[in-house]
Design a protein around this ligand. Sequence first.
Ligand SMILES: [Zn+2]
Ligand SMILES: [Zn+2]
Length: 294
Amino acid sequence: MAAEFLRKFLGRPPALVPDVAAAQTDLDRLGCERPTLAGPAAVLRDLLPDLVPRTPAGVTLPLTRQQAQIRRQGGVPLLRGEAIALDLPAVRRRWLRICAVLGRHQDDTLARRLAAAVRRGSLNLEDLWRQILAGSAQEIHAQAEGLNLSPDLTATVLRLTLLPDLAGLHAALAPLVEGISWAHGCCPTCGSWPLLGEYRGLEQQRFLRCGLCAAEWEVPRLLCPFCTNRDHRSLGYFSIVGEEARYRVTTCDACRGGVKMVTTLSALSLPQLLVADVATLHLDLAAADRGFAV
Ligand SMILES: [Zn+2]
Ligand SMILES: [Zn+2]
């Protein structure tokens, strides 16, 4: 059933997301305003048209409503351990396109090696997909190291390659569990750690966002998603002078984890989420300087 679902759903052309053009304009502006982010902004600008969710209309889902609700209530990410077939030729093409864009803008040698690893099969995308669904993404780092590839770059390219499929799966599954809260730090759909968070709307409710499937889930303002610490004495935040109203990093002294937080009026669309990640890359470095991993 799952294979049929994905065969239909991945076989469709990507839906046109109007936010892509607006996000590209934002990236152009970002590159001008912050020359140090011009490189990553240019990369994402070229990648964005390829990173829109696949439209899952009118297909059979890999989980029934009841199965999905049992998982959500039991604290199990919806896709954990699911055997879902992947449209490998399409995913391979996307991987190679992403490597080509990286090669044009950044380190051509590293990008070529990543492309070659998939072409010759030493990096097997189907295995990586299974590891993501199984919740064992850490094995991907070890595999990349074993092949003398950059683990961070491999993880980034993999995340972007699978994003359209996982975001489409998330969009299809989310209605099945609407209204059932998720009180955990990891993504309720794929189990990944949050890419960043949003303080949303007038009430500044805190939402976390997944960088693998674009899921959103509301969490308490005082919660470390990584170690579930709720003690205000060891939870804090920092911001950069002049950016206090837009960006901050919430921090946890217990596990030294941090989450980049952006202030938003409403939920960020997928392109906006990716732009927000690039626009806050300086906070990754600022957090590392303070001894926090985001
Ligand atoms: Zn996710
Ligand atoms: Zn923590």
